[in-house]
Design a protein around this ligand. Structure first.
Ligand code: HEM
Length: 420
């Protein structure tokens, strides 16, 4: 085992589950897998009184909950007639944020979810993806050539981050030179989604970011209306004008969702999988020998060190599971990252095996909200890792331990220094 491998030590004492979910802590989250293994073995269905939600970790249970229409996203659907709106002052203050989140398909149920998803999905079909393939390869090769000018590089800022960001910006039709702006906004939204205890100044930052990004897209949509182009913003405007299928606010929110999804996930797929390959030299040698294994390598990267570790739902009725009852209106956190290490589903779950079959991981979730961007993420992951393998077959870590970005929901490295 190399210095970067996760030790699979188990907990001597009961871990403090409530504090795990309250606030990100570097020592706790550096290696979450012993904690997951504790949950899977000892407390697979656990209600945390302090935080007021259930934590579900076994594959079978997570899979079942995500597919079951009893579990919803919207309070008003979980508790029809009973849900109380927050005080008006809070509603007003958070309006810029909620105008966006309330229009994200990710956080809606049918019928709004179905309509919004239907409007965006043509852009993500396998056929639509194939048309992007060569362009993605060109971008990846260009970034790799730039890195190759030195003996060492920082893989996140030099490659893993810019690749998906350039791709989603081009797909949407936003100018790539505004990249630094999106980065800040997108990281703020990643923290809004994370929940938990945030520092007191975070509210101002979140509301400010929501206001700015909304103005940004309103202007950009205005420009696209005057001069339509071949991009998603123009397609969505067309859908809005033809069938009146989308409100202006939904259009803005959808652009923001795609931008955030494009920023916070695929970067982690590329770098987390590269980290696993560097940590497992025999698996890397196998991939170098058999480049055809790239697709299953990406799947194993998604399973082993998934970019999205958890998601949540609300129970719309009392629900029995494993001898316990989740009550109507209660919050449920499903641990995708733990389910993907469940020994009942995966043989030797803590090993990184690029030939693993079957590999029905839940990294993209399942059910109605199954990741819409999955075909894009998979293609970007395959191209990115192939290019890195080809150009830098001897890549290795510089000595420092790669640091994880402080977010409980999204698992990804802040920096990754490598020798080329
Ligand atoms: C490896 C990269 C990615 C991972 C691991 C990932 C993961 C996920 C997960 C777990 C969900 C479902 C959340 C839930 O059910 O609560 C989701 C939904 C979604 N993802 Fe991704 N995602 C990735 C990349 C992308 C990309 C590149 C895009 C688009 C640019 C994207 C767009 C979306 C959208 C629009 C949804 C909402 C779908 C719905 O509510 O019906 N994702 N993603």
């Amino acid at each position: 085992m190399s210095a970067h491998s996760h030790s699979q030590s188990s907990f001597a004492e009961k871990p403090d589950i409530a504090s795990w979910f309250r606030r990100y802590s570097e020592p706790l989250h550096r290696n979450p897998y012993p904690f997951y293994s504790y949950l899977l073995e000892q407390e697979p269905i656990r209600f945390i009184e302090e935080n007021g939600f259930w934590v579900i970790s076994r594959y079978e249970d997570v899979n079942r909950i995500l597919k079951d229409p009893t579990f919803v996203r919207e309070h008003r659907n979980a508790m029809p007639g009973l849900y109380e709106e927050p005080p008006q002052q809070v509603v007003n203050e958070w309006k810029p944020v909620n105008d966006l989140l309330d229009n994200w398909m990710l956080l809606r149920d049918a019928p709004v979810h179905t309509r919004l998803r239907g409007l965006v999905s043509p852009a993500f079909t396998p056929r639509a993806m194939e048309r992007l393939r060569q362009n993605i390869r060109n971008i990846a090769e260009h970034l790799a050539d730039e890195m190759a000018e030195g003996n060492e590089a920082e893989l996140i800022s030099g490659f893993a981050f810019p690749l998906p960001v350039i791709v989603i910006a081009e797909m949407l039709g936003v100018p790539p030179e505004d990249r630094e702006l999106f980065k800040g906004w997108s990281h703020t939204f990643a923290r809004i989604l994370e929940g938990g205890d945030q520092p007191p100044d975070f509210a101002g930052q979140a509301i400010g970011a929501a206001e700015e990004i909304s103005v940004y897209f309103r202007d950009l949509i205005g420009e696209h209306k005057k001069a339509p182009k071949e991009d998603m913003i123009s397609d969505l405007i067309h859908a809005k004008e033809q069938a009146d299928a989308l409100t202006e606010q939904e259009l803005i929110a959808t652009c923001v969702l795609l931008l955030v999804a494009g920023h916070e996930t695929t970067v982690n797929l590329i770098s987390n999988t590269m980290l696993a390959l560097l940590d497992h030299p025999e698996q890397r040698a196998l991939l170098l020998n058999q480049p055809k294994l790239i697709a299953s390598t990406v799947e194993e990267g998604l399973r082993y060190e998934g970019p999205v570790q958890q998601t949540s739902r609300l129970a719309a009725a009392d629900y029995s599971i494993g001898g316990q009852t989740i009550k109507q209106g209660q919050f449920v956190t499903v641990m995708l990252g733990a389910a993907n290490r469940d020994p009942a589903q995966f043989q030797e779950p803590d090993r990184f095996l690029i030939e693993r079959t079957p590999n029905r991981h839940l990294a993209f979730a399942t059910g109605a909200h199954f990741c819409l961007g999955a075909p894009l993420a998979r293609m970007e992951g395959e191209i990115a890792l192939s290019v890195l393998m080809q150009k830098f077959p001897k890549m290795h870590f510089k000595d420092e331990y790669p640091n994880w970005r402080p977010n409980m929901l999204f698992r990804g490295l802040g920096t990754m220094q490598v020798q080329l």
